[in-house]
Design a protein around this ligand. Structure first.
Ligand code: FES
Length: 191
């Protein structure tokens, strides 16, 4: 039987099984063998891609200390916006949660601050704080919501990174921003 006749009878795949080089692509058998080997290699790899995905340390940076508010002027549940360390980093917000939080300062460790740009694609989160949930969001672009009691961890949505937290220090009644925990959206470093 000629190849043309076989192609007509069984379809193009039959011809490619016979002579993959001729058609410049993998046969189904080669594809399955290669794909299976690649998956097996990834599964057995102790480090590398699989290992790197497990425990990347959060980016932590320090910046010049800047006063962003006072404890006595803060009202629980009312977010106050500020720019830190410069407008290039977009807006951030300071809020007293009324609940102890990771990275919180003050008597109840409940005063926190976060950058206001969604780490997914920069959606605006300023004005999106929900006091009943101690959360910010949903992001107007793809609906991610972040838990402000747990270092800006994702509750739900499309983002894959926590919301960058502004690290704080107290000096008497004064609240200072001193750096970031997490990479601010749109930057490959916080420098
Ligand atoms: S930009 Fe916020 S979830 Fe996509």
């Amino acid at each position: 039987m000629s190849k043309t006749t076989q192609k007509q009878r069984d379809g193009l795949d039959v011809l490619q099984e016979e002579s993959p080089e001729k058609y410049g692509c993998l046969s189904r058998r080669h594809f399955l063998l290669t794909g299976t080997s690649a998956v097996a290699c990834l599964a057995l790899m102790p480090t590398g891609i699989a290992g790197a995905a497990k425990g990347l340390p959060a980016v932590q940076t320090t910046h010049p200390r800047m006063k962003i508010g006072t404890v006595s002027a803060l009202r629980e549940g009312v977010a106050v916006n500020f720019m830190y360390p410069s407008p290039k980093f977009g807006p951030s917000f300071l809020v007293k949660l009324g609940t102890e939080a990771g990275g919180g300062v003050g008597k109840g460790s409940d005063i926190v601050a976060f950058n206001g740009m969604c780490p997914h694609m920069g959606g605006p989160l300023i004005g999106m704080y929900k006091h009943e949930y101690k959360a910010v969001g949903p992001c107007p672009l793809h609906l991610t919501t972040f838990d402000l009691t747990r270092f800006g961890m994702i509750i739900t949505g499309q983002a894959t990174e926590s919301l960058p937290q502004v690290t704080l220090e107290l000096d008497g009644d004064d609240i200072y921003a001193v750096g970031f925990l997490g990479l601010v959206y749109g930057r490959n470093s916080n420098a």
